[in-house]
Ligand binder design. Structure first.
Ligand SMILES: O=C(CCCC[C@@H]1SC[C@@H]2NC(=O)N[C@@H]21)NCCc1cc([N+](=O)[O-])ccc1O
Length: 127
């Protein structure tokens, strides 16, 4: 009964922020991701994301998206589900895979890390 469309601004437990644009009829979306943490010394920059969510049954839809990091040769894919509590508060429960560029095939085994992130909506303070 409570709908969860991913459009809007989100923050996760690491303090990273993401803005998801309009979700089209097919459930596809794009957006921007500003990570609060990184595993590289390079300056962190806003990075593009693309993904899709289920829109057939909007109750607690699953989704996935890919962040192509603009400041390092690495990629993260997030997959998860949107949950809405009895007060209408939405959370995104996700797991991610971060793939870094291995120097050689010998280093391929250690090039992917996994983790979880929970996102909540950033409420825009009204004046
Ligand atoms: O750090 C990044 C980009 C930001 C990832 C932020 C993550 S995404 C999941 C989690 N959730 C969230 O919000 N932020 C974090 N790329 C790896 C850099 C790197 C490291 C090594 N190395 O360590 O060897 C080698 C080559 C490399 O290119």
């Amino acid at each position: 009964e409570r709908k969860c469309i991913l459009t809007g601004d989100w923050q996760n437990d690491l303090g990273s922020n993401m803005t998801i644009s309009a979700v089209n009829g097919a459930g596809q979306f794009s957006g921007l991701y500003l990570t609060a943490v990184s595993a590289t010394e390079k300056p962190i920059l806003v990075s593009p994301l693309n993904g899709s969510q289920h829109v057939d049954n909007l109750e607690h839809p699953t989704f996935g998206f890919t962040v192509k990091w603009s400041f390092s040769d690495s990629t993260t894919v997030f997959v998860g589900q949107c949950f809405t509590d009895d007060h209408g508060k939405e959370t995104l429960q996700t797991m991610w895979l971060l793939r870094v560029k291995a120097k050689s095939m010998d280093d391929n085994w250690k090039a992917t890390t996994v983790g979880t992130n929970v996102f909540t909506r950033i409420k825009v303070q009204n004046m």
